[in-house]
Design a protein around this ligand. Structure first.
Ligand code: FCB
Length: 440
């Protein structure tokens, strides 16, 4: 078996991704802290609680871990509810803390990427109708102005909105995120307002920081027809267009087009400098006449794909290559802003990492411009409605004691980041079962 290393381009960004509500702890006053209080919303009645205690200062030790692991970048989010706790109140102390965190990254030679909206907003925004009310567009722009003015000396990579499709789908169709609605029309309205808000934020950021680079983090889901049956193919296509394409396409063309609804949003045209791709998994799609609630489709994990601990993720590395080929249609450089697997025992993660990075390396040889990879996540954190049941960290977390638990993936990822590549030796050591396929 040949030995060797698959190298990534020079200056490739290697990091991990986190989100404010999931790691900071003591987050009150936002839509998720309120959601956690409602019985039945979170598995086992779990709470984010102290989370990883970043707000208490433990970001320092975790950034040390990332730095020791040779990561040269980190993606985090800032909480609108902390910075603007009430419509007419800006908390300069909160901005100072974020400033300190970003300086904590740059002083550790890590490039910061900041997400401005990652699933949560202040309660006062929810009370005025949240993303269903078009007024949110101006309010979000004002928040972005304030935050970027304060933080621009330390960051020039901005994600306006994380996974607008997941936010809208989970909160307004599936009903498992706040506000727990189940209405297709409202979901579309929310997505459109998010397109408008992104466009405004894009302009504001560039006005304040001309050399900023601004994009979204789009959740890309592979939808593969389960059979040759034409209706399965048609359905897979339809889902992919609505779920994957509609939002980033609107940022190219200024037209939001999903599920037979078309809306011109001309100010959104040409408002992405890069495309952030969050990729986790793939579904096989069948047309199903008996599932009007599922929009006449049934989804299943590919039969031969290894499943994560709770069955949430089917490991399909080729889906990441598909994501990059798909993302290329938008004509801007791409960054993998999230990818990872829930796995408390680290039984699957090393293999998942090796195989996904191999798939990424392979597709990049087709000359697709991918600038970086952010693993989800640095340390186990609060996994939304799934609470603490899913462990996505390279580092484990003992929620009771705040102790960090070193998983083998910590050392694997550190070797990858240090060498800027993935070698046969690493695969042999950490995921030997993948060796024959990755280094044939
Ligand atoms: C993504 C979210 C992120 C995390 C991962 C597992 O959809 O952006 O916050 O929950 O899934």
């Amino acid at each position: 078996m040949p030995k060797g290393t698959y190298y990534f381009p020079e200056n490739f960004l290697w990091g991990t991704a986190t989100a404010a509500h999931q790691v900071e702890g003591r987050n009150a006053n936002n839509t998720w802290s309120a959601w956690e209080e409602e019985p039945g919303r979170i598995i086992n009645g779990d709470r984010s609680g102290l989370a990883c205690d970043w707000w208490g200062g433990r970001w320092r030790e975790d950034f040390d871990r990332a730095q020791a692991g040779h990561q040269n970048a980190h993606r985090l989010s800032i909480a609108w509810s902390r910075i603007q706790p009430a419509p007419d109140l800006w908390d300069e102390g909160a901005l100072d803390r974020y400033r300190e965190m970003l300086m904590g990254l740059t002083s550790r030679k890590m490039t910061p990427m900041v997400t401005l909206h990652h699933f949560t907003e202040p309660l006062w925004i929810a009370e005025m109708g949240g993303w269903e009310n078009e007024a949110v567009v101006d309010l979000f722009a004002a928040f972005v102005r304030k935050a970027v003015e304060a933080l621009k000396p330390y960051c020039h990579l901005w994600v306006t909105i994380n996974e607008p499709n997941v936010y809208a789908y989970s909160g307004f169709l599936e009903g498992v995120f706040p506000p727990g609605k189940k209405d297709l029309k409202t979901m579309m309205l929310v997505m459109e307002n998010m397109v408008r808000a992104h466009a405004r934020a894009y302009t504001v950021i560039h006005e304040l920081q001309p050399d900023a680079r601004v994009g979204i983090a789009q959740n890309y889901r592979g939808f593969r027809p389960a059979s040759w049956f034409p209706l399965d193919r048609w359905m897979a296509n339809l889902l992919s267009k609505a779920y994957n394409d509609s939002f980033p396409r609107a940022l190219n063309d200024g037209v939001f087009d999903a599920f037979f609804r078309k809306e011109g949003i001309p100010e959104a045209a040409g408002t992405q400098d890069f495309l952030g791709i969050n990729y986790y998994s793939v579904d096989e799609v069948r047309f199903n006449l008996f599932s009007p609630k599922g929009m006449f489709s049934s989804l299943a994990s590919p039969a031969d794909a290894p499943l994560s601990e709770t069955g949430f993720i089917a490991s399909v590395p080729s889906g990441l290559s598909d994501a990059v080929r798909w993302g290329d249609q938008f004509g801007v450089p791409m960054i993998i802003t999230e990818n990872g697997v829930e796995d408390s025992t680290d039984a699957l993660r090393p293999r998942y990492l090796c195989e996904h990075l191999h798939a990424l390396w392979k597709v990049m040889n087709g000359n697709y411009p991918v600038e970086g990879y952010f693993h989800w996540s640095l340390v186990d954190n609060f996994e939304w409605e799934r609470g603490w049941t899913q462990r996505f960290g390279l580092w484990g977390l003992d929620v009771e004691t705040q102790a960090r638990i070193r998983r083998p993936s910590v050392d694997l990822y550190a070797e990858i980041c240090r060498t800027n590549g993935i070698s046969a030796d690493m695969v042999e050591k950490y995921a030997p079962e993948a060796l024959p396929r990755l280094f044939p």
